[in-house]
Write a protein that binds this ligand. Sequence first.
Ligand SMILES: Cc1cc2nc3c(=O)[nH]c(=O)nc-3n(C[C@H](O)[C@H](O)[C@H](O)COP(=O)(O)OP(=O)(O)OC[C@H]3O[C@@H](n4cnc5c(N)ncnc54)[C@H](O)[C@@H]3O)c2cc1C
Ligand SMILES: Cc1ncc(C[n+]2csc(CCOP(=O)(O)OP(=O)(O)O)c2C)c(N)n1
Ligand SMILES: [Mg+2]
Length: 572
Amino acid sequence: MATIRTGAQILWESLVREGVTTVFGYPGGAILPAYDAMLEYPIRHVLVRHEQGATHMADGYARASGEVGVAVATSGPGATNMVTGIATAMLDSSPVVCITGQVGSKLIGSDAFQETDVTGVTLPITKHNYLVSDVSELAATIHEAFYVARSGRPGPVLVDITKDAQQASAEFVWDDSPVRLRGYRPELRATEAEYRQAIELINGAKRPIIFAGHGVMLSGATGLVRELAERANIPIAMTLLGIGGFPALHPLNLGMMGMHGEAWVNQAIQEADLLLALGMRFDDRVTGNIRTYAPNARKIHVDIDPAEFNKNVLVDVTMAGDLSAVLADLLPQVERGDRADWLSAIAAMKGDSAVRDVQNLPDSGHLYAAHVINDLWRMTDGKAIVVTDVGQHQMWEAQYYHHQEPRSLITSGGLGTMGFALPAALGAKLARPDAEVWVIAGDGGFQMTMCELATIVQEKVKVNVAIINNGYLGMVRQWQEFFYERRYAATPLLSPDFVKLAEAFGIRSARVSHRQDVMPAIEMARAEEGAVVLDFRVEQEDTVYPMVPAGADLHAMIRRPSPSPIVETADD
Ligand SMILES: Cc1cc2nc3c(=O)[nH]c(=O)nc-3n(C[C@H](O)[C@H](O)[C@H](O)COP(=O)(O)OP(=O)(O)OC[C@H]3O[C@@H](n4cnc5c(N)ncnc54)[C@H](O)[C@@H]3O)c2cc1C
Ligand SMILES: Cc1ncc(C[n+]2csc(CCOP(=O)(O)OP(=O)(O)O)c2C)c(N)n1
Ligand SMILES: [Mg+2]
């Protein structure tokens, strides 16, 4: 017997069959039929305070769990508010499906109330998008949207559904057989010749480095990467988004590469004879000047998206395919290695780095962001999910929180979206309710999406928030310090009293200005049942070191002066 459903019911029926249990959204006229039908389905709807928050929550949910995150909005302003979140997911290959309502199909093109051509607007920032105006196509479109979002290189997909398609009825037919799309081949395989070349280069290399990128996590390849590194004794460096793909405290782990990477990592890259790049895309934050990048190294690039090959860096061997599949085939042919000379040469490159580390400076009583983050790392045993915002605090997090687990650092890398952290953390916590989740945000970025504190309270979500409050748009101030003669145009930042603000939301809060108060505050936050906001008043003009100026040679890093001058804090 035919099962007749409205489009609105078909939408939820299809989402449930795709395994969706939670959606993040905000209602409005063009999506009202869908919201009305939602009440009949086993779906948790999280009412956000701004649709940007919904997309970041869906993104955080996806990054924490590996499942597709779902965001819902109405037409026009609801949909356009999603744009930043969609672009954020696109640049970091995060699988998100956005559902938007659209005006009735007969009104399209008439500048109807709240009409925006959202498929047009989001065309360049989605992996794919759809406009559905025929109810009979809805179920198959949702199935296809999830397939596109999660297959191959993941990414955001938007499905815009006209109001009449939500209201009309059709037979519900669910076909969950594998989707085949003309021109879309996510299951590429490297050739035999490429395997042979790669093996020859790996086994013959004297100074190799493995690059672990975000693809390690997306592919679930952490175990295989570790096997490879340990078998061949090859040190590993990580991109920002690759952090967690290899245990931070493992002896072969070098740390982060690139603009704010460890000095010895960048130096080692410049001296390496082989780079084995796994699921990373040679972002400009990673390479610095391409012309002088890793001049002595042969390069092997493994990636699921062949569009990344030779895009930024010319390589010797390309290997298309899912990283886990490629490594599984490669591993048996990799010879056991020693490479003790190379490892000790890199150890020597560390030189006086420890002396320059803020952690090792004499305690002046001043509070540095590094202290806060390092204490948080120690107290959570490196096992929390940390969701960062964008700026100096983000880089210090990467340097001072030593992630042992995959998917435990969630951060906006490619788009660098301020305002990401708080909503993304809410999404991460709902995806992994048993995990301890911390937000590390700047005083600037926190203010961009702090309205989601209300969502956190309404949904009773336990996340802890550490605001690294330096009174500046710190990362921009740092660029002004280095490259604009300290002309601080529009970077000093007035903030509300974050403690009172949190209290207005019904959230417990505390201000911390001294180093000895950091741990007790973290302890308080961890013990509290509900969310907690901590306002850490840190050194105002501290700087992220090392820094490779944009476009400079990777080895031309600006280093922390040694010993570092201590400057005044906000409290002095
Ligand atoms: C203020 C700021 C400073 C920054 N500084 C640095 C820095 O110093 N160092 C740094 O590293 N980054 C830095 N970044 C981040 C940087 O901009 C990039 O986001 C980051 O380097 C990208 O890392 P990635 O290539 O590993 O990940 P992505 O950009 O997510 O790329 C992942 C790659 O993996 C591939 N992939 C996906 N799935 C699979 C699979 N199953 N199998 C194989 N391949 C797969 C994809 O096709 C893609 O090529 C900074 C960002 C900001 C905002
Ligand atoms: C939405 C958005 N607008 C502007 C920027 C440019 N930007 C990058 S870092 C930064 C400063 C961030 O300040 P804050 O949140 O206080 O963090 P801090 O650097 O001080 O740790 C700015 C303005 C951005 N990344 N995102
Ligand atoms: Mg700041």
